[in-house]
Design a protein around this ligand. Structure first.
Ligand SMILES: Nc1ncnc2c1ncn2[C@@H]1O[C@H](C[S@+](CC[C@H]([NH3+])C(=O)[O-])CC(=O)[O-])[C@@H](O)[C@H]1O
Ligand SMILES: O=C(O)C(=O)Cc1ccccc1
Length: 243
């Protein structure tokens, strides 16, 4: 494996602090996300394929909450349309700095991708053909989510798409079943019960999942003509919404 392995929650912590995308998380992030999000690698490649299908010439493609730029790099690989710029946004300075270093090593990526250190709420979306939020909306306060989705809808060109990946919530029994399977997945990837439970506490007030129905309702109210599931693995899913 390339990069450091995630041991952030391995030892018992005296006090639980809320999860933050700081330097420590950045230093283990590729390992953490791969071992924590079932289907992550497939999602990245298929988002690239979908972006390649919907990108329009002379338009902007956004990667909102880009972390280390995995989605931006997949868009760079798959989008063949001319004059198609990728705008990658994150409000963690540590993430954006590392993302820029990674992109600098990939031919053409640093020229095509513009990295912005900003809060998504402050970013003007314009002339967009593809917008991706891969596990980012879940970290934005629920009362601000409708504003974000409306902002994206306004900035999309006709026929443009939003790819929205989220950890979902379900009704009681399904919630228990899928949460247990997610924890099985983490165990199978080498996380101990202590690591799973400490990270779960750290995320409690920070990552707030909503149901598929709540997401689709919000997208439809914002004006999207269609919004539906195209990927799901346990309680992690991705929605494709078309303007
Ligand atoms: N308000 C905000 N404004 C900007 N960025 C934000 C905000 N809130 C959170 N972030 C950023 O959203 C990212 C979420 S991780 C995305 C993975 C990536 N998409 C991937 O495909 O590898 C998901 C995860 O780790 O589960 C972090 O980098 C935050 O700093
Ligand atoms: O680890 C988890 O339980 C998650 O829900 C996914 C995740 C992955 C990386 C950072 C934060 C949350």
């Amino acid at each position: 494996m390339v990069g450091k392995s995630d041991t952030l929650y391995r030892s018992p912590l005296a006090e639980m602090v809320d999860f933050r995308f700081d330097e420590r998380v950045v230093s283990v992030f590729p390992d953490m996300i791969q071992r924590s999000v079932p289907g992550y690698g497939t999602l990245i490649s298929m988002i690239g394929v979908t972006a390649g299908a919907y990108a329009q010439a002379d338009s902007n493609c956004y990667d909102l909450g880009c972390s280390l730029g995995a989605v931006s790099l997949a868009m760079h690989e798959y989008i063949k349309q001319p004059e198609c710029k990728v705008i990658a946004v994150d409000n963690s300075m540590a993430m954006i700095e590392k993302a820029q270093q990674i992109a600098a090593k990939i031919p053409g990526a640093a020229q095509r991708i513009e990295f912005q250190l900003a809060d998504i709420l402050d970013v003007e979306i314009s002339q967009a053909s593809v917008v991706v939020m891969n596990f980012t909306l879940q970290f934005i306060r629920p009362e601000l989510r409708t504003t974000v989705i409306e902002q994206i809808y306004r900035g999309l060109k006709p026929g443009g798409v939003l790819i929205l990946s989220e950890k979902l919530s379900f009704e009681q029994q399904q919630q228990q079943l899928l949460t247990d399977l997610h924890h099985e997945f983490k165990r199978a990837n080498g996380y101990s019960d202590l690591e799973i439970s400490q990270k779960r506490s750290a995320l409690e007030n920070v990552l707030i999942p909503e149901s598929l129905e709540a997401h689709c309702q919000r997208l439809s109210s914002a004006g999207f003509s269609s919004a539906g599931l195209w990927f799901q693995c346990f309680n992690f899913a991705s929605i494709l919404a078309v303007k």
